[in-house]
Structure formats: structure tokens, C-alpha cells
Design a protein around this ligand. Structure first.
Ligand code: FAD
Length: 367
């Protein structure tokens, strides 16, 4: 359309749980959804990454401990919630609070506005938008992390990432190597090992939480770690903050079958399988990479944000030097346990408060 760009004081990029949580708090702070705060989401339907997760996936915490701000996730009868229960909850949450998510709209680039124009200009699949503040909540699902291994490209077997996995039948009767030490690896190893022979390789010996402790403790641990980090104290490690494995029923059952023996990472991948530095070799038909994800931030490239440890430098959710730009939901670096349902609420509230401050500050300082 020949019209100029549409404008909203705040644009939230991404309508998954993180986008909804900050949308909820911005609305509570008095901003009118669809006019003053617009949520642009490129998915055809609600739920963020949750519709894409494998069929048998269970949350590693009970429903009442997996809630977004304002509305408790409805309880489930048969154990921890499945992914479709989360999709249903997020769908209803969006309607309940009238967060007016516009979808499918993909934000392809965020630029700084011209000196006398609004602070940000966004290119999107429905035309340009401008905003005084932007909250990026695009998640990590579309950036699965594949480690680089010498020999990987000549491996004659099949390779897939946890993000591509739906259910085990295609792997039946084969030898599957599961790579990774987190919850996804343990849950997929537990499932795949019911139909295939498996080898589990992990960067460090896997750390299981005590049986009676579930995901709740992970959030406390992640929060304590993030607080310690914020104080400049050392961090006790743990893969991505949620690296400790919750012994959900399927993992407990797999342990009783003795499949949870982990080997260190191999040195290389051969045509036939894996080879360790001590010369030990194992044939493999499939390598299942449960090696996590990276933040999906390509749309922010035009802003040339300074990076630290591969991610933009932030204090809490605010990008250092960019008071109108917030990042939320990507991992501990955007707030303790902010990449989880129960953990995203607090940093979302902080981000909303900072955005409202920024808007009140009138015409923001030019960068
Ligand atoms: P997402 O859910 O990925 O949502 C991002 C949204 O932004 C999507 O709708 C996407 O389409 C959209 N988007 C992306 N780029 C653009 C763009 N350029 N323009 C417009 N829209 C865009 N957490 C728990 O609390 N408990 C668990 O048990 C748990 N288990 C997990 C298991 C797995 C396998 C994984 C991967 C994660 C798990 N998590 C769990 C972590 C976390 O809750 C999920 O990763 C969740 O999806 C993160 O929500 P999000 O809103 O940050 O990102």
C-alpha cells in the first residue's frame, strides 16, 4: 500500500510465551493492545515453538508451576503437561487478555529511525512499522545448534536435531547415538531406546536431579545462579541453566533398563560412526543432536549491537546503550530462567516497566 509506515509506541516481535508475558505486563501498565502495543508473530497460530515439539514431550514441571503471569496453567490429570496442553493454554491466554497478536507477520529487519523520526523502523511482511520501543521475543527454536565435528559431512548414516524429531518409529531397529547432556537428550534417549539400540554421549557426566525433585528446583537453581552471576560471583556451571536432568517417569524407566550410561564426546565422526581419541570406535546408523539452540536474532542485525559471548550485551532485558530495545526469553542472560514458562514472568514485568519509563522519558536521546 502506498501508505507510510504504521506506528505503535511499542512493538513486540514474537508471540510465543515471552511475547505474551511482556504483552500482559504492558497492558497492565496501561498500554492499549493493538494501538499502543502491537505483537507481531510470524507463526500461523498461537503457541510459539510448542506446536513443533515431539509428540511425547512432557514439561519438566507440573502445570501449576508452569504458569505465565496472571493466569495459572490449568492442572492436568495424568502427570506433567504435554506440549499440546501448553499450546492450548497459550492460545487461551492470548484471548483472555486480548493481546491482539497480529499473525502471520514476520519482522525481517529492525533499523534505527531517522533523526526526527520514531526510534525504530521495522521491515515486516505486512509493510513497515515504526516504534519508540521494541521487545524482541523470537525464541531459539529456529536456530538449533549443530556442533562441528570433523568427518560429519561424510557420515553415511542419518543425522537429525531434536528440533526435527517427532516420534521414534523411523529409528526402530537401528543404532542411534544421542548427543547432549540436557533434558531433551535424556527424554529422547529414554524414548528411542525402546525401539533402537543407543549410545549416549555427553560433554560432561550428566547431572540428574534427585528423583523426588522436579523442574521447580531447576528454576530456583537457575535463579540462584543468575543472582550469583549478577553479583559477579562464579557460576556453578550447568548446560544453559536448565542443564540438570529432571528424572521424569520416562527417564526413570530408562534408568531401570540401564540405558542412561553416558560416554564422553567422540573425537570424530567416521563414515561408519564415531571414533574416540583412545581409538575406540562405534558403528552408528543415526546421530540425534540434542545440542540445544541459539537465540534467533537475525532481524536485529541492522542495529549492529555490540556482542558479548556471542549475544548482545544486556543489563537484565535491556540492550546496553539501547534504552528502547529489550530482549526476552532467550536464556539466563535475559533474566534467570527467562526461557521457561514460570521464569519468564518476572523479567517480562521488568522489561514492561523499563519500556514504560522509556516512553515517559519523551523524545529519547539519539543514539
Ligand atoms: P518461542 O516459543 O520460540 O516463540 C517465539 C515466537 O516468535 C514464535 O511464535 C515464532 O514464530 C516467532 N518469531 C520468531 N522470529 C520472528 C520474526 N522475525 N518475526 C515475527 N515473529 C517471529 N520450558 C519450561 O518452562 N518447561 C519445560 O518443560 C520446557 N521444555 C522444553 C523442551 C524443549 C525441547 C525446548 C526446546 C524448550 C523447552 N522449554 C521448557 C523452554 C521454553 O519454554 C520454550 O523454548 C519456549 O518455546 C520459549 O518461548 P519463547 O516465547 O521465548 O519462544
Amino acid at each position: 500500500s502506498g501508505r507510510g509506515p504504521r506506528h505503535a509506541p511499542v512493538v513486540v516481535i514474537g508471540g510465543g510465551q515471552a511475547g505474551l508475558a511482556v504483552g500482559y505486563h504492558l497492558r497492565r501498565a496501561g498500554l492499549a493492545p493493538e494501538e499502543e502495543v502491537v505483537v507481531l508473530d510470524d507463526a500461523p497460530s498461537p503457541g510459539g515453538a510448542w506446536p513443533h515439539m515431539w509428540d511425547s514431550l512432557r514439561l519438566f514441571s507440573p502445570a501449576e508451576h508452569s504458569s505465565l503471569p496472571g493466569w495459572r496453567m490449568p492442572a492436568t490429570r495424568d502427570g506433567f503437561p504435554r506440549a499440546e496442553h501448553v499450546v492450548d493454554y497459550l492460545t487461551r491466554y492470548e484471548e483472555r487478555y486480548g493481546l491482539g497478536v497480529r499473525r502471520p507477520v514476520r519482522v525481517t529487519a529492525v533499523h534505527r529511525g531517522a533523526p526526527d523520526a520514531p526510534r525504530y523502523r521495522l521491515e515486516t511482511t505486512e509493510g513497515p512499522w515504526t516504534a519508540e520501543a521494541v521487545v524482541s521475543t523470537t525464541g531459539t527454536w529456529r536456530r538449533p545448534f549443530w556442533p562441528r565435528y570433523s568427518g560429519q559431512e561424510t557420515f553415511r548414516g542419518h543425522q537429525l536435531h531434536a528440533a526435527d524429531y517427532r516420534e521414534p518409529s523411523a529409528l526402530a531397529g537401528r543404532h542411534v547415538v544421542v548427543v547432549g547432556g540436557g533434558n531433551s537428550a535424556a527424554q529422547l534417549l529414554a524414548e528411542v531406546s525402546t525401539v533402537a539400540s543407543t549410545t549416549w554421549v555427553t560433554p560432561r557426566p550428566p547431572r540428574f536431579l534427585p528423583d523426588e525433585v522436579d523442574g521447580r528446583a531447576l528454576f530456583e537453581i537457575a535463579t540462584r545462579r543468575a543472582v550469583a552471576l549478577a553479583r559477579g560471583e562464579t557460576d556453578d556451571g550447568g548446560v544453559g541453566g536448565l542443564g540438570d536432568v529432571v528424572v521424569v517417569p520416562s527417564v526413570m524407566e530408562a534408568r531401570s533398563r540401564g540405558v542412561l550410561q553416558a560416554r564422553p564426546l567422540p573425537g570424530e565422526i567416521t563414515r561408519e560412526g564415531l571414533r574416540w581419541p583412545d581409538g575406540h570406535e562405534e558403528q552408528a546408523d543415526v546421530v540425534l543432536w540434542c545440542t540445544g539452540f541459539r537465540p534467533d536474532l537475525g532481524h536485529l542485525a541492522p542495529l549492529r549491537l555490540t556482542r558479548h559471548d556471542g549475544v548482545p550485551r544486556t543489563t537484565g532485558t535491556e540492550v546496553v546503550g539501547e534504552p528502547g530495545l529489550h530482549l526476552l526469553g532467550y536464556g539466563d542472560w535475559t533474566g534467570p530462567a527467562s526461557a521457561t514458562l514460570v521464569g519468564v514472568g518476572r523479567p517480562a514485568k521488568d522489561a514492561a516497566r523499563a519500556v514504560v519509563e522509556h516512553l515517559r522519558g519523551g523524545q529519547p536521546k539519539r543514539p
